[in-house]
Ligand binder design. Structure first.
Ligand SMILES: NC(=O)c1ccc[n+]([C@@H]2O[C@H](COP(=O)([O-])OP(=O)(O)OC[C@H]3O[C@@H](n4cnc5c(N)ncnc54)[C@H](OP(=O)(O)O)[C@@H]3O)[C@@H](O)[C@H]2O)c1
Length: 254
């Protein structure tokens, strides 16, 4: 399949490498920044463009993987193409595309991607949506070449998944950042806490998270909770987060 990839960020980079690995032909990479497009294009040995007017018009598939707020603007440049145009966003409606292009779909990979971290697509849930059965078949076939977990999913369900993903991935990662801040301020290294993070994630692979919650909030150890709160007096933002999350943990006990 001839594919144009619009975007050169975290998702586009990993998707580009995965598509090349399964023998798909990415004929162009677009980014508004030519250096970024060129960097990714070099990785997968294809062409780079930074002007939407220079996009190949005869590709089979256009994958828009830019920031959510720019999807519509990029899609406008594809109004005349006959190929299928998909985005990779969890919370953007298919209608954002179908109102602008002839054939619209969604190709949402439920995983956290970073440019510099290699990742296998084999176990990544690929959530797809399309305007008709034929288009869904095209996306199913492509997704199945990349992953063993392909889910046709409507937009409402996909949005719920994305919301849950923010709680399951983005927030914990931010909490690691805050933990690192606390450690650094006290001359302790993040390395010391990595085994704890690994075990916490490992436990929920075989248990429901509420069944393996530990710590002062779940034990109702009020003295410890109070000590932690006073240790955070000089950091009111972190104190608020500590209180909110501890209250939320207590609520799950009821
Ligand atoms: N990261 C994830 O873990 C993840 C997972 C699943 C789905 N997604 C979805 O995948 C899409 C891309 O996410 P990402 O994390 O890969 O983003 P990202 O790394 O921030 O990359 C965003 C890309 O959008 C381009 N861009 C930014 N503003 C633009 C504009 N105004 N017009 C055209 N292009 C613009 C950037 O161009 P430059 O090259 O100039 O920076 C960059 O290539 C989003 O829809 C996101 O919701 C992300």
């Amino acid at each position: 399949m001839k594919i144009v990839l619009l975007g050169s960020g975290n998702v586009a980079t990993q998707l580009a490498k995965a598509l090349k690995a399964v023998g798909e032909e990415v004929v162009q990479v677009y980014s508004p920044n030519l250096n970024h497009a060129q960097f990714l294009a070099n990785l997968i040995e294809t062409k780079a463009v930074s002007d939407l007017n220079d996009l190949e018009q005869n590709a089979d598939l256009y994958i828009i993987s830019v920031k959510d707020d720019a999807i519509a603007a990029v899609a406008r440049s594809l109004k005349n193409v006959n190929g299928l145009v998909v985005h990779t966003s969890g919370t953007t409606d298919i209608n954002t595309l179908s109102s602008l292009v002839k054939n619209a779909g969604v190709f949402y990979p439920l995983q956290t991607f970073s440019k510099g971290k290699e990742i296998s697509f084999v176990n990544i849930p690929l959530c797809i949506e399309a305007g008709n059965e034929d288009q869904l078949t095209v996306l199913t076939n492509l997704a199945s070449k990349l992953s063993a977990k392909v889910y046709p999913l409507d937009g409402e369900k996909r949005k719920v998944l994305h919301l849950a993903a923010v709680f399951a991935c983005n927030f914990p990662n931010h909490l690691y950042t805050l933990a690192n801040e606390i450690l650094n301020q006290n001359d302790l290294d993040f390395e010391i806490i990595r085994p704890l993070i690994a075990e916490t994630a490992d436990k929920v692979m075989s248990n429901l998270p509420e069944n393996v919650q530990t710590g002062p909030a779940v034990r109702a150890d009020e003295n410890t909770l109070n000590k932690h709160m006073s240790m955070l007096t000089s950091m009111p933002g972190l104190q608020n987060i500590y209180q909110t999350l501890s209250d939320s943990i207590k609520l799950t006990l009821k």
